[in-house]
Design a protein around this ligand. Structure first.
Ligand code: OGA
Ligand code: MN
Length: 351
């Protein structure tokens, strides 16, 4: 991801990724994630709790008051980096989880599946209904393909499993549930072209939903001079299953670096690494829980960051309040998804 030629040589950032990433303990009969030493991972939830109790903060961490329920925590080592634990209410988290799964991956928004299957409509519903994605019969439809997709990509459609093989011809097929598990990103607003690592304004796109723009505006406000307003123009939604990682990178494709990137964590807890301007700088590790928001503005925008690990086990995932919200029968597909996944929405002003 991010098209970077991933460093093979060991850097301090790479070492931290290796320290926290998931390894399975294969010595036991059942595959089990190997325990990692989490003692150096910064925990803003407990920092926030003790700050409320006795106004004490660990060295290198300061707090600025905000109109959120929580103050913004800052790191002396990373000017422009802000952490707001529990910035989103459980209701807000539910809303953005639902949108991330149902509306955000809808065309014309692009996902990682576009390159192989073209635009896919209603992936989440198809997975819930046990549908299968089937390659349409290719009876001399070469020209049709070109007209439909510009490039020579065959057409795929969701179909009921029962009807999939009735015609007697074998066609390529993939269960929608597999595609949902393999959904890694979707892009909202201005579409990002990963192959060129740039925004492609000629790609068709919808405006970012107003409610998300307003939320971003509210989150960004404390990092901007009075009167300046953040304009959400693009967002990338990342989906993580157990074992998925986001390698160290810098987001440098936006014109104006004085505007923050707003990064919202949803569902299972993960570890976020923030390093320096080179991979040689040892990064700090911190927990990111559902509802936490990170702002990266100013110098922090130039820092390598990534997510080496998510936790899906009951003890570490910390999603019990979300599970309660999704306990209705009609929400069972969301419940199943969040129990095994983390979602991150990060919002950018591009120009
Ligand atoms: C990104 C990013 C961080 C996260 O998508 O650019 O840095 O917490 N995401 O998933
Ligand atoms: Mn990033």
């Amino acid at each position: 991801m991010y098209g970077s030629t991933e460093d093979v040589e060991r850097t301090a950032f790479r070492n931290a990724e290796k320290k926290y990433k998931l390894y399975n303990d294969n010595t036991r009969k059942k595959k089990k994630p190997r325990a990692v030493d989490l003692s150096e991972v910064i925990d803003f939830k407990s920092i926030s709790e003790s700050y409320h109790q006795n106004a004490e903060l660990p060295e290198g961490i300061s707090a600025i008051q905000s109109d959120f329920d929580s103050p913004l925590f800052c790191l002396a080592s990373h000017p422009g980096f802000y952490f707001i634990p529990g910035a989103l209410t459980v209701e807000e988290q539910c809303r953005w989880i639902k949108e991330s799964l149902t509306s955000f991956p809808q065309p014309p928004n692009r996902t990682n599946h576009n390159a192989i299957y073209g635009p896919l409509q209603d992936l989440f519903a198809a997975a819930k209904d046990n549908k299968v994605l089937i390659q349409e019969e290719q009876t001399n439809n070469f020209e049709v393909e070109i007209i439909q997709n510009d490039i020579n990509v065959p057409t795929w459609n969701f179909s009921d499993q029962s009807g999939a093989f009735s015609s007697g011809v074998t066609r390529k097929s993939v269960p929608a549930s597999v595609l949902l598990r393999k959904l890694r990103w979707s892009t909202l607003g201005l579409q990002f072209d990963w192959s060129k690592r740039s925004y492609n304004i000629s790609l068709p796109h919808n405006k970012i939903p107003d409610a998300l723009c307003l939320l971003a505006e509210r989150m960004a406000a404390p990092t901007l001079p009075l009167g300046e307003v953040f304009q959400a123009e693009a967002a990338i939604v990342n989906y993580f299953g157990l074992g998925d990682t986001l390698g160290g990178h810098v987001d440098d494709m936006e014109k104006d670096w004085s505007k923050p990137i707003i990064s919202m964590s949803l569902a299972c807890k993960g570890i976020f690494l923030i390093g320096g301007k080179s991979r040689e700088v040892p990064p700090l590790a911190m927990f990111v829980r559902s509802g936490d928001v990170i702002l990266m503005a100013g110098q922090a925008r130039e820092c390598f960051h990534g997510v080496p690990r998510i936790f899906t086990d009951k003890e570490h995932a910390e999603i019990s309040s979300l599970e309660l919200q999704f306990s209705d029968e009609e929400d069972s597909a969301f419940l199943e998804y969040i129990r095994n996944s983390r979602i991150n929405i990060n919002i950018r002003q591009v120009y």
